[in-house]
Design a protein around this ligand. Structure first.
Ligand code: SF4
Length: 426
């Protein structure tokens, strides 16, 4: 039985919960209780055959993580016991990462798994009154406490108040020149033309959308390549998944390998692109040899991942002559060789580098799709069969523009750095 009253009608929800308990409902969804000034809604309160109840907390995660989930179930258990509910078992229900989606309707019996956290939850409730005292004391203050923002604002979750707490922080100042480390910029001299600037977009939905994939499995849905030739010519190629049912990885890899050609340098901005190609090759054996022959530098990483999975790599070709070199422009040049107050060893994203080194490009903020999270949401909408063809086509154009901007930004960053290096040598 579902307790339908929302959180603004907690008193009515408690009344409905009491009625459901009195009628012996086998399971109550969104059951409402209050104890010690704490209001809770229990995802599922289930009658056990042997008597008593099971508290089930449902999370869209791949498993139980105590630092994230224990306080949540612990405070619910504290309130339920305080209300006289005989809780015998506490469980966290989550997605089962071994589930392979066969297509069609989802089978909740297969897609969901449950982790028993009874003993941890009962041990945790001893600490709940102390935590509640602290929280109540804070809530009783006339003014919000002065708490400096820091690492706790993002772990274990991004805090919802971060915009408020950071409201007085000045925005990053991208004015002023970037200074460079010449010995690092010299790495650009060794790149073999043509230069292939490459960027990917991916999806990793909690509920798998492609047949044959599992919860949170990454699928590659888009690539963009800008090819800069030695004579200055610039070409562009791109691909974006169209079929909402088929796992796009094989088509992604096939079209990408074809577009890359056989000469030059595969330039990416972080290890992400390498990780994605290696992952496809681990999952699809037919791509292992073509990938190694095309980008020999990825062989070691592929072997490492195959060993991790207990998969033989005996038939992988050894590295011979030819193939594309690979180069991480972000880590090997921008991170190591560019100095500006907005950059740090962990902060050299392509968005920041574009503001500093590709100033003529449109700002990412001016694009309809301006970051990876938006790209994922837009891709889900585009692939949704319910989306009208006109809307899907518009989203498709927005997504192509976003990925194209990433690779064009890499080209411009490269050109700027080469120009700075030439200027320094004069
Ligand atoms: S952002 Fe959240 S965690 Fe960080 S100081 Fe503000 S309220 Fe506290």
């Amino acid at each position: 039985m579902l307790i339908a009253q929302d959180y603004l009608h907690h008193t009515e929800a408690i009344e409905a919960t009491r009625t459901a308990l009195g009628e012996g409902a086998p399971a109550i969804f969104e059951a409402a209780f209050t104890h010690d000034n704490v209001k809770i809604r229990v995802d599922v309160l289930r009658h056990l055959d042997e008597g008593g109840f099971e508290l089930i907390e449902v999370k869209s995660t791949g498993g139980y993580k105590s630092e994230k989930h224990l306080p949540d179930v612990g405070v619910q258990l504290y309130v339920l016991l305080g209300c006289g509910i005989d809780v015998k078992r506490v469980s966290l229900m989550h997605l089962d990462q071994t589930y392979v989606y066969p297509g069609g309707e989802y089978d909740p019996q297969r897609a969901l798994a449950s982790t028993d956290v009874t003993s941890e939850a009962f041990a945790y409730i001893e600490s709940v009154p102390g935590h509640l005292d602290e929280m109540m004391a804070t809530l009783a203050l006339a003014e919000p406490p002065e708490v400096p923002s820091g690492s706790g604002c993002k772990q274990p979750y991004d805090c919802a108040f971060i915009g408020w707490c950071m409201r007085d922080e000045p925005p990053p100042d991208y004015s002023g020149e970037v200074t460079t480390v010449e010995s690092v910029l010299a790495r650009l001299d060794k790149l073999r033309f043509p230069l292939l600037f490459v960027d990917f977009e991916t999806l990793n939905p909690a509920l798998p959308m492609f047949v044959g994939t599992s919860p949170f499995q990454t699928s590659r849905v888009q690539w963009s390549i800008h090819t800069l030739h030695a004579d200055g010519r610039l070409e562009h190629a791109e691909w974006l998944a169209e079929d909402a049912a088929l796992n796009p990885d094989p088509e992604f890899m096939r079209t990408l390998l074809e577009a890359l050609g056989t000469e030059g340098t595969f330039i990416h901005y972080s290890p992400y692109e390498r990780t994605q190609l290696v992952d496809i090759a681990v999952r699809h054996a037919e791509f292992r040899q073509p990938l190694i022959e095309r980008i020999p530098g990825f062989r070691d990483k592929l072997v490492e991942k195959l060993v991790d999975r207990g998969i033989s790599h005996a038939d992988l070709p050894t590295i011979g002559e030819g193939g594309l070199a690979d180069f991480d422009l972000g880590a090997r040049v921008v991170r190591d060789g560019c100095i500006h107050r907005t950059m740090g060893s962990r902060q050299y994203s392509i968005k920041v580098a574009t503001k500093l080194l590709a100033r003529d490009l449109p700002a990412y903020e001016s694009l309809v799709v301006s970051n990876g999270d938006q790209a994922m949401v837009a891709t889900y909408e585009m692939l949704d069969p319910e989306t009208s063809p006109e809307r899907a086509e518009q989203i498709r154009e927005d997504l192509l523009e976003y990925c194209r901007q990433d690779t064009l930004a890499m080209v411009e960053i490269y050109r700027t750095l080469v120009g700075m290096r030439a200027g320094a040598e004069r």
